[in-house]
Structure formats: structure tokens, C-alpha cells
Design a binder for this molecule. Structure first.
Ligand code: ADP
Ligand code: ZN
Length: 432
């Protein structure tokens, strides 16, 4: 099923034309309403008339998270305060939160794109859907919430916390869909187990997982433990919130709502646009936003774009999985390491729980990486030989994937702190 075939299945030509028209309107709008952009454009000697088609986007200035911080709280707001009906803030994973105001129309667009996502996952009016993202200032909760209502399914605003009660609700209300972070999905699975229940006691069919990077191996793990099919959902508060892109049944990249959010991939060093298929930093321009529209916002998320046809019939450009944020990339002895690479390796070894922590330090001027990982209950033993062999298996695999050696520390079951929202997987003592 497709929620809005007119937009989701537009021909590429028509889409480019629509994007060009919307970009032209947007540039006029910010030029006249946001001094920050007017000044930037004047400094670059460009005026709104220079932007006629979507290809002209490369002439426009970028926007960074620092720009948002420098103009805290409302400096980049384009709509007058009387038009703003809601304010959210980013989670502040990498520093001070940024504040985003939405107009009534912005909220309607957000519900629309969320309904597209949910429909792509197979959610219908007959479903009961639990929203287990945080509702407080974070965009996840209310963003998905309004999408579910707009679709006409039943929304259960569970938020996070009180996980046992949540599981009883999932069972008693026959909840069929859930949106949460992948780490919270794992926590749910563990709690289910602790309550003496299994996936056969509940009816979950669909999970919309996002807000943090996760791997294919993590998908298999969650699917197996909760008995559902897990789909990727991507978004960020600066651009809108969840629903910027979503996976379809093909699960081969996430379709971007390109009529509202125009994607580019750039080389983060040269800032040049990269061709489709190449990995780089994802950049979005909000083509229709009124509250806080952004030109070429640098997300710091690293991925690639694909434009080949998708078997589902949608024609939109798709983004691959996010490898991580450029901020999450650890440079250890000169080698780039992403937590997601470590996750992938850990989950290939059945003796481990998908619970891990990377501890980076500098000892005698040399960077060190310790990978702490939980051993599953059934495999944890006093047999030192067995534990050493397990440790060696992981070190060898990590070495071949990361090209550096890591010190593996086997942890007892349940010893690494669980997360209900975005998980924290790295402690970098070099920064303390
Ligand atoms: P913050 O930047 O403070 O975490 P948000 O709460 O708006 O702010 O989170 C948006 C960020 O979350 C994205 O830029 C991205 O790094 C991450 N994210 C969201 N969805 C996904 C996803 N499906 N996969 C990987 N990362 C994601
Ligand atoms: Zn598709």
C-alpha cells in the first residue's frame, strides 16, 4: 500500500520540477524573513532570482548546527511568533539542544510524511500502535503520534519508562505496531523474558526503529526476539523529526520524502556535492517548511543515496543506512572506527548479547580501544579456557574488520546499562 501515490510515485522529471519551484519559493521566503540567510546570500553575491531550478541549489550557502546554536533560540525562525503552534528541541546528543518552531502547516506536513512511512511498513487503520519514543521536547513521540492518528490507526502513547506495564498493554490491547529506538526494543525483549513471557504471548507485527544508528544484524536480533518485522525510520528535529525517510517492504534503503526534504550528499571536507552512490555527509533543504526552514543543512550523518527504481513502485531517492554521525567516528591510532562496525561484528557471534560499550583512552601517548561486551547467560561460564577462546574469537574478528587491535573485556549478563532512548555506546576518556 502507498499512502500518497501522487507524490511518492511521481516521475523523476515531475519531481525535479516541483522541487525547483518549491526551492525558488523557499529562497525568496528566507531571503525576506531570515536576516541570517539574507546576509549570507548577499555576502556570496546571490539573489533569489539566481535560483530557478533544483540544480541551482549548489549556489546556496550551507547551514550548520553551530549556526543554529549561534542564533539560539529563535534567530533562524522565518514565521512570525503568532504563526508558531509548537516548539521542539533536538535531543542534544552532541551538545546544547537546538530549538525548532512549527507552524500549523508544518505539523500537517509532518503527519503526512509519517503516514507515508507507517503505510510503507504495512500499518493500517486496523492496527493498534504504541509510540514508545520520548514525548518531552524530543520530536520522536509526538511526531509518530500524529502520524498514526492521521493514518487512522489507534495510537497508544506509552512513551518510555515502566516497561513491564508497557508489555502488559502490548499483550492485553493486542498492540500490533511499535515505534522506539532499537535499543529500547531490545530492552523490551529482555523485560518480556524476565516476566516469563515470550514473543508468542504478544501480537507485535511491525516495529518502526530509528533515532540512533543500528545494523542489519541488530535488525535480525530484534525481529527474532520480538517476533515482528523491523523497519528503519529516520529524521532529525532541525529538518522536521521522524518521517524524513522510511523503509518500504523491500528494505533496500529508506525512501526520502523528497517533495519536502531535498537530499544531497557532500564531501565534508571540500563541501562539494558527491554523485549518487558515494558515501558522504547527508545534507537537507526543507522545501516546504514555514517555521524554521533551512537551506542545505549539514546533518553530519554519513550515508549514500540511491536513485535506482525500487520494486515497491515509489520513485523517490533512497538513503542507505546511516553509518554514524561524523561526530561518532572515533579516530584510534589514525584509523577511523564507527561503533556500528563493532556492533556488526559482535552480533555475528551468537555467544554475545547485543550490549556493548567502547572505551577509548590514551595511555603513554597511544590510543587504546577496549570493547566491553556482555556474554549471554547460557554461555557465561567459569571455564577460563572457554572464555579466553571466546575473547580471542572476537578480538581476531575485530582486528580483521577494523584493522586495529582492541582489548576485549567480557562482561557478565546484564552488567551494561540499558537505554530507553538513544543509547550511549562510547566513553572517550581522551576528551575528559
Ligand atoms: P540530536 O542531534 O540531538 O540527537 P535529534 O533528536 O533530532 O537530535 O536526532 C536526530 C539524529 O538522530 C539524526 O541526525 C541521526 O544522527 C540520528 N538518527 C535518527 N534516525 C536514525 C536512523 N534511522 N538511523 C541512524 N541514525 C538516526
Ligand atoms: Zn521501495
Amino acid at each position: 500500500m502507498i499512502w500518497n501515490p501522487n507524490k511518492e510515485c511521481m516521475s523523476r522529471d515531475e519531481m525535479r520540477q516541483l522541487q525547483g519551484k518549491r526551492l525558488n519559493k523557499l529562497v525568496n521566503y528566507v531571503y525576506h524573513n531570515v536576516p541570517f540567510y539574507r546576509n549570507k546570500m548577499q555576502a556570496m553575491d546571490i539573489s533569489p532570482e539566481d535560483i530557478q531550478s533544483i540544480d541551482d541549489i549548489v549556489k546556496l550557502p550551507f547551514t550548520t548546527k553551530q549556526d543554529l546554536r549561534d542564533n539560539y533560540p529563535y534567530g533562524l525562525q522565518a514565521a512570525p511568533p503568532s504563526e508558531i503552534v509548537r516548539v521542539h528541541a533536538s535531543s542534544g546528543t552532541t551538545g546544547n539542544p537546538t530549538i525548532v518552531g512549527y507552524t500549523r502547516k508544518d505539523l500537517a506536513v509532518w503527519s503526512e510524511v509519517m503516514s507515508r512511512a507507517l503505510t510503507a511498513y504495512g500499518v493500517t487503520r486496523d492496527d493498534t500502535f504504541s509510540v514508545s519514543y520520548g514525548y518531552g521536547l524530543f520530536t520522536g513521540g509526538l511526531g509518530v503520534h500524529y502520524g498514526v492518528e492521521n493514518l487512522g490507526a489507534t495510537v497508544i502513547p506509552t512513551s518510555t519508562g515502566n516497561t513491564e506495564k508497557h508489555i502488559r498493554l502490548i499483550r492485553d490491547l493486542k498492540i500490533s505496531g511499535i515505534a522506539c529506538t532499537p535499543s529500547y526494543a531490545l530492552y523490551l525483549a529482555e523485560t518480556l523474558d524476565k516476566m516469563g513471557l515470550s514473543k508468542n504471548d504478544i501480537n507485535l507485527k511491525v516495529g518502526a526503529f530509528g533515532a540512533e544508528p543500528w545494523t542489519e544484524n541488530m535488525r535480525s536480533e530484534i525481529q527474532e526476539r520480538l517476533g515482528l518485522r523491523g523497519f528503519n525510520i529516520y529524521g532529525l528535529s532541525e529538518i522536521m523529526g521522524p518521517g524524513v525517510s522510511y523503509e518500504c517492504q523491500e528494505q533496500n534503503g529508506s525512501h526520502i520524502c523528497e517533495d519536502h526534504f531535498y537530499p544531497e550528499i557532500i564531501n565534508p571536507e571540500t563541501l562539494e556535492q558527491l554523485p549518487l552512490g558515494e558515501q558522504g555527509e547527508l545534507v537537507f533543504t526543507t522545501l516546504t517548511k514555514e517555521g524554521m526552514p533551512l537551506l542545505r543543512y549539514r546533518t553530519k550523518d554519513l550515508c549514500s543515496l540511491m536513485a535506482d527504481e525500487c520494486a515497491c513502485g515509489r520513485t523517490s531517492v533512497r538513503m542507505g543506512r546511516i553509518m554514524g554521525r561524523s561526530d561518532d567516528m572515533l579516530i584510534i591510532r589514525g584509523i577511523n572506527v564507527f561503533p556500528s562496525q563493532v556492533e556488526s561484528v559482535i552480533l555475528e557471534i551468537p555467544e554475545f548479547e547485543p550490549q556493548y560499550m567502547l572505551v577509548v583512552d590514551r595511555i603513554n601517548n597511544l590510543d587504546t580501544l577496549q570493547v566491553q561486551v556482555e556474554v549471554r547467560k547460557d554461555f557465561f561460564s567459569d571455564d577460563i579456557g572457554r572464555m579466553l577462546a571466546l575473547k580471542k574469537r572476537l578480538s581476531d574478528k575485530l582486528k580483521s574488520v577494523l584493522s586495529i587491535s582492541a582489548d576485549v573485556k567480557l562482561m557478565e549478563p546484564n552488567s551494561i546499562e540499558r537505554s530507553q532512548g538513544k543509547s550511549k555506546r562510547v566513553i572517550d576518556k581522551r576528551n575528559i
